[in-house]
Design a protein around this ligand. Structure first.
Ligand code: PMP
Length: 428
């Protein structure tokens, strides 16, 4: 049984001693003391169904015994020295990870967070091409370091400081709210337009998530990435896929999000679910692009440590053994179908979208004008918590439920989530 301080006491301490930038979603925040696969427990022992996975940070399940076992064994043997010494766990994991990548994406640099991974991708793109300008999408989230805050395109995540020098944001190929509906090619024309008007005609690179996570599970219009990559490469740039949320089979149909659009990027960035809760991230690229880093020395103290490497390696093995990609396809299809049925019943649901276990439910007060139901989303999210289901919230207007549970989420869990949402919406 839990013997620690109460939720109120923790909240009080947090307010006094932790930076106020950290936000809380719930009116009465939950104190999570334990996790087991797709379930979380508060200090009273109450169980919650986790449909957010700590923002996709947990891939194969909270405290998956095989990840825990690998981490404990490695921790007892050796935690970390530095990358100037050899360690087999790091090299073995790098080999296993790049085996999952298509084409010539065969070299990895391990770091600790998605922001660091995207920072490094920006650096490599600039060094490799000799160009400076970088293109990203509006509504994107790529991190909070000074450079990646510039890649991110949400005013809520931008401080009034110098950031994003050389970064340009193009029209978001959002099939629900964008001007060209589902025509990916039309949106891509905006990239040509931007290159012609705002750059020297040559660019360093292009960044995109295939399904925008923080942006509210916005799946890029079909055909967009192929057209975009073509334009960017013709302007001398490299193409970067941010797979921080969409990777590792979560989309069900494919192992990597970019594969859903039939493209092969030049650089792939990975974080969050890659380590199932441990601080691990990676930048995968071709040997040719990676070689530009050898012009100078580069160092990252904790990047590529044995403990996180065995965790990441265990995740890959579990994904295979438990056939998690197929599972995401089956459960995701079921959940998507049930959410679409719910849309027929509740007019507040403007759009249901996504793939596999990376879904979004966008709420509007009027389906014609698509006015964001921001307040209602917050109320419903609280009600869902009271009913024992934790979902995420996001999107430019904070009116999208983000459903991205640990990949072990079952059909029964999906039904429970939809029933809870139905109940909460009926009483709104
Ligand atoms: N890219 C994407 C798509 C993300 O969702 C995030 C985090 N929400 C990041 C990058 C940044 O990762 P981190 O918080 O680990 O720096």
């Amino acid at each position: 049984p839990y013997a620690g301080p109460s939720a109120d006491e923790i909240l009080e301490k947090r307010k006094r001693f932790l930076n106020p930038a950290m936000f809380l979603y719930y009116k009465k925040p939950v104190n999570i003391v334990e996790g087991k696969m797709q379930y979380l427990y508060d200090e009273t022992g109450r169980r919650y169904l986790d449909a957010f996975a700590g923002i996709v940070t947990v891939s194969v399940g909270h405290c998956h015994p095989e990840v825990v076992g690998a981490v404990v064994r490695q921790t007892q043997l050796l935690q970390h020295t530095t990358t100037i010494y050899l360690h087999h766990a790091v090299a073995d994991y790098a080999e296993a990870l790049v085996q999952r990548m298509p084409g010539d994406l065969k070299v990895v640099y391990f770091v600790n967070s998605g922001s660091e991974a995207n920072d490094m991708a920006m650096l490599m793109a600039r060094l490799y091409t000799g160009n400076f300008d970088i293109i990203a999408l509006r509504n994107a989230y790529h991190g909070m370091s000074p450079a990646t805050m510039g890649l991110t395109a949400h005013s809520t995540w931008k401080y009034n400081v110098a950031q994003g020098f050389g970064v340009h944001h193009v029209l978001n190929p959002d099939p629900y709210r964008g001007p060209y509906g589902t025509d990916g090619k039309l949106y891509a024309n905006d990239i040509s337009n931007l290159i012609e008007s705002a750059t020297p005609g040559q660019v360093a690179g292009f960044f995109a998530e295939t399904i925008q996570g923080v942006g509210g599970a916005v799946e890029l219009a079909p055909g967009y990435l192929a057209a975009a990559y073509d334009i960017v490469r013709k302007a001398g740039g490299v193409c970067v896929a941010d797979e921080v949320q969409t990777g590792f089979g979560r989309t069900g149909s494919h192992f990597w999000g970019f594969e859903t659009q039939g493209v092969v990027p030049d650089i792939v960035t990975l974080a969050k679910g890659i380590g199932n809760g441990l601080p691990l991230a990676a930048v995968v690229t071709t040997p040719e692009i990676a070689s530009v880093m050898a012009q100078r020395l580069h160092f990252n103290t904790f990047g590529g440590n044995p403990v996180c490497s065995v965790a990441g390696h265990a995740v890959l093995n579990i994904l295979d053994k438990e056939k998690r990609q197929d599972h995401c396809a089956v459960v995701g299809d079921h959940l998507l179908r049930r959410l679409k049925t719910l849309q027929d019943k509740h007019t507040i649901i403007g759009n249901v979208r996504g793939r596999g276990l990376m879904l979004g439910v966008e709420l509007v007060t009027d389906r014609q004008t698509k006015t964001p139901a921001k307040e209602e989303t917050a109320i419903l999210m609280d009600k869902m918590k009271d009913l024992g289901v934790l979902v995420g919230k996001g999107g430019r207007y904070g009116n999208v439920f983000r459903i991205k549970p640990p990949m072990c989420f079952s059909i029964d869990d999906a039904d429970f989530l939809v029933d809870a949402l139905d109940y909460a919406m009926s009483r709104l």
